[in-house]
Design a protein around this ligand. Structure first.
Ligand code: NAP
Length: 303
């Protein structure tokens, strides 16, 4: 069974390189002929790991052209997920399986709603990778990837195939709770690092602001039905701030590099869920507005 990968960026290339070197059939789906020509001129995906680089000449094609797709890894940003899937929807075989790697929440459900005949699995990953150049990716941090099905259903048998390819994948019976926990952590830390222009660890100097956000995010987790996540949030946030003290958050890096952020699927999603559940959440909403204003002032999309 061929692994098709849509989105040949950081995580897409990281997955593609490991599947390919394990001898599994994998194909990259690129946006258009121009990207395909650029890829071909480079001869493949370059993965840099512990300072060692290797070139993987993985076959590629445009999203518009090629045979039926039974298994797809969607590895684009959350805001690109719906149009990216629309570009290959006609190629999906009935009963196709998709792994949606997007951070935050909202994009996965939007994609799944367009594909009632496919099985959409959601992923939450703590692996880290970044693009040094086009189709050249640095594997920056070991981690785990949890996969699960919002609609239930069995663990796919190909999880073992992933582990055999050194992709540390685990099945999760509560993937929505995992995604919510990660979203809440992100909302308590990342926007503040952008607005205070600081590393994660420097948020220790703003304990009241962090605690106020944790309180409201806890209300949201509680109302969503994730009681343990609500109780544990403040401690989890403090631990992450201490453990990643020297790091710049992903949102900080996106904004610093003039890239679009995934705000709509993180803080934006939290505020939309707050509306749906009729929660006031004044500090979260004020943070959302301040962040949107900050992005607009820098000419970046605020959604
Ligand atoms: P990325 O490096 O920006 O890669 C996204 C790729 O998707 C780009 O190569 C982009 O193509 C491609 N793409 C977008 N729309 C497309 C379309 N219509 N057709 C074909 N290709 C398309 O992003 P990433 O860092 O891998 O992140 C992917 C998701 O994983 C995000 O939600 C992120 O938050 C999450 N995540 C990332 C990491 C990490 O360490 N990187 C860790 C955990 C979670 P172009 O190059 O042509 O623009």
């Amino acid at each position: 069974m061929t692994w098709y990968i849509l989105g040949a960026g950081s995580l897409g290339c990281l997955w593609a390189a490991r599947l390919s070197r394990a001898g599994l059939p994998v194909r990259l789906l690129l946006r258009d002929r121009q990207r395909l020509n650029a890829y071909r001129s480079l001869g493949g995906v370059t993965l840099v790991e512990s300072g060692q680089e290797s070139l993987y000449p993985i076959p590629a094609e445009t999203a518009a052209q090629g045979g039926p797709i039974q298994r797809l890894l969607l590895a684009c940003k959350a805001y690109d997920a719906e149009p990216a899937v629309a570009s290959i929807a006609a190629r999906l075989a009935p009963g196709a399986e998709l792994i949606l790697l997007q951070n935050g929440l909202g994009s996965q459900q939007a994609v799944a709603a367009h594909l009632p005949r496919a099985r959409c699995l959601y992923a939450s990953s703590t692996e880290g990778a970044f693009r040094e150049a086009d189709f050249r990716v640095v594997f920056a941090g070991q981690g785990q990837t949890w996969l699960g099905d919002e609609l239930g259903g069995p663990e796919p048998e190909w999880l073992a195939e992933l582990r055999g390819a050194q992709i540390p994948a685990q099945w999760s019976g509560d993937i929505i709770e995992r995604l919510w926990r990660k979203l809440a952590l992100n909302c308590a830390i990342n926007p503040l690092t952008v607005l205070h222009q600081c590393r994660n660890g420097e948020l220790a100097a703003h304990p009241a602001e962090v605690a106020g956000l944790c309180d409201e995010l806890g209300q949201l987790l509680h109302a969503t039905g994730f009681e343990a996540a609500a109780r544990e949030l403040q401690g989890d946030v403090e631990r992450v701030i201490a453990a990643t003290a020297a790091n710049f958050s992903s949102m900080y890096q996106d904004v610093a590099n003039g890239r679009r952020s995934e705000i709509a699927y993180l803080l934006g999603h939290a505020c939309r869920e707050g509306d749906r559940l009729q929660l006031a959440l004044p500090q979260l909403r004020a943070l959302h507005e301040r962040l949107r204003e900050y992005l607009r002032a820098r000419g970046l999309p605020d959604t």
